[in-house]
Design a protein around this ligand. Structure first.
Ligand SMILES: [Zn+2]
Length: 298
């Protein structure tokens, strides 16, 4: 196969709400854009149920209008030029009235949502797809749904029998983004030692199990160095100004501690084959693609 015939190296990240792309995958998206890989973001909902945490004057507009602008600014900061809306409504936190809204992502038919995403996958032809894990990170119904929809969409996209527009496309590797508890604990302790407020409170937590979320470090398959792209990630976080205020933890980690919290982004490979070196340091490890060939990367 000549270079001209193979599709460009493409990373597709699926996120439930505007701001999740910056929080969860901002580093790998910016890194992809900088290293010759096309980053593509799919946002499942408009973030209608988010709170205007920063108290921004909306001038009579709906919060979702502002969140569209914020997302556009964030994607620009990350160097992401390809974006799709899946077209659902934010469901709100668990057991809130937004869950029952007929247009909510939570209430959406799984197969119908998966067909929408599979259509995007067939059009964009990503080798690597990333989403939330099956627990939705912190249990938000839209984050859980994003996982289920992505798992099914990857399956449908590859199935020649599936009634999905476009040519079948087999994703090589499907990941979920995650946070290893060891790294969370390390960051927490570093903040306390520096006399700064930690997102996990003031107590010295007793071992990784005491960290309220994240996964066992042994489950993490892939750690991608994203330190060089931290400024872009932070600019993307800042772009979500209604959700992430200037007083947010994300924007106030001192420079010498950013490596602890933001130096790597972590993932678990759920489908496909791990690269030759483990833990993997690259989502595209083991995948031969154009950018790798032209830049001599593995
Ligand atoms: Zn979210």
């Amino acid at each position: 196969m000549t270079v001209g015939e193979s599709p460009p190296a493409t990373l597709l990240c699926v996120h439930p709400h505007p701001d999740d792309e910056a929080i969860s995958c901002g580093g790998v998206l910016a890194r992809a854009a900088a290293t010759g890989i096309r980053p593509v973001v799919v946002t499942c909902t408009g973030g209608e149920e988010g709170e205007n945490l920063a108290g921004i004057d909306l001038g009579g507009r709906h919060l979702a209008d502002l969140r569209r602008e914020e997302l556009a600014d964030a994607l620009h900061a990350l160097g992401v030029e390809h974006h799709h809306w899946l077209g659902y409504r934010d469901s709100g936190m668990v057991d809130t009235p937004g869950n029952e809204h007929p247009d909510s992502f939570h209430a959406a038919d799984l197969e119908e949502a998966a067909i929408r995403l599979a259509t995007i996958i067939r059009a964009e032809r990503p080798q690597v797809v990333v989403s939330d894990d099956e627990h939705g990170g912190y249990g938000h119904p839209d984050h859980i749904k994003a996982n289920r929809v992505t798992v099914r969409a990857v399956e449908l996209a590859a199935d020649p029998q599936a009634e999905v527009p476009g040519e079948p496309w087999q994703v090589a590797k499907r990941y979920v983004h995650t946070l290893g508890r060891g790294r969370l604990l390390e960051g927490h302790r570093a903040m306390l030692e520096a006399g700064l407020p930690s997102p996990f409170g003031e107590d010295d937590l007793d071992g990784p199990e005491a960290v309220p979320f994240g996964v066992d470090d042994a489950l993490v398959t892939t750690e991608v160095e994203v330190g060089p792209w931290f400024d872009q990630k932070q600019a993307a976080l800042r772009a979500h100004r209604s959700q992430i205020g200037e007083d947010s933890f994300f924007l106030n980690v001192p420079d010498d501690l950013t490596e602890s919290f933001f130096g790597v982004e972590q993932f678990v490979l759920e489908e496909g084959t791990l690269g030759p070196e483990q833990p993997e340091q690259d989502l595209f490890a083991g995948i031969v693609h154009e950018a790798a060939a032209s830049e001599g990367r593995a």
